[in-house]
Design a protein around this ligand. Structure first.
Ligand SMILES: [Zn+2]
Length: 136
């Protein structure tokens, strides 16, 4: 990478330890000075190592989670990795079934979904159709 391209990549970006996103990782991998400054600003060496290797979590034995007791943390914002997985579990199951999470639905769509679930529980077999595909 040329000096001009490195300058363009880091323009307006400051190595901040509060939020380690993929943009910061990309710049840190390309620019050694940015990486060194970021490494000094991130308090936990495990967190920085997890960011640079792309691991989804790191172990922080000294700071277990208040809610679940796990010491796996996300490098991005050092929140609890297991709590985030648990919190989004129902949304993932719905999205795999082809349904939107309740927060993204309109009120009419949400009521329609609830009515369908109620009818399916009652034993009625419903066919679901979309524009491109038909699922039983
Ligand atoms: Zn937790």
């Amino acid at each position: 990478m040329t000096a001009a391209r490195r300058f363009a990549a880091t323009w307006g970006r400051e190595p901040r330890a509060s939020l380690l996103d993929k943009e910061q990782r990309k710049i840190a991998l390309a620019e050694p000075a940015f990486r060194e400054t970021l490494r000094r600003r991130v308090r936990s060496p495990e967190r920085f190592a997890a960011l640079m290797t792309g691991r989804p979590f790191y172990i922080a034995e000294d700071r277990p989670c208040r809610l679940c007791g796990s010491s796996r943390k996300r490098p991005r914002d050092h929140t609890c990795y297991d709590c985030i997985l648990g919190k989004n579990q129902t949304d993932w199951a719905r999205m795999q079934a082809g349904l939107r999470p309740p927060a993204e639905r309109s009120l009419a769509g949400h009521r329609d979904s609830l009515a369908r679930q109620k009818r399916e529980k009652a034993g009625e077999s419903l066919s679901r159709t979309w524009e491109t595909a038909k699922v039983q």
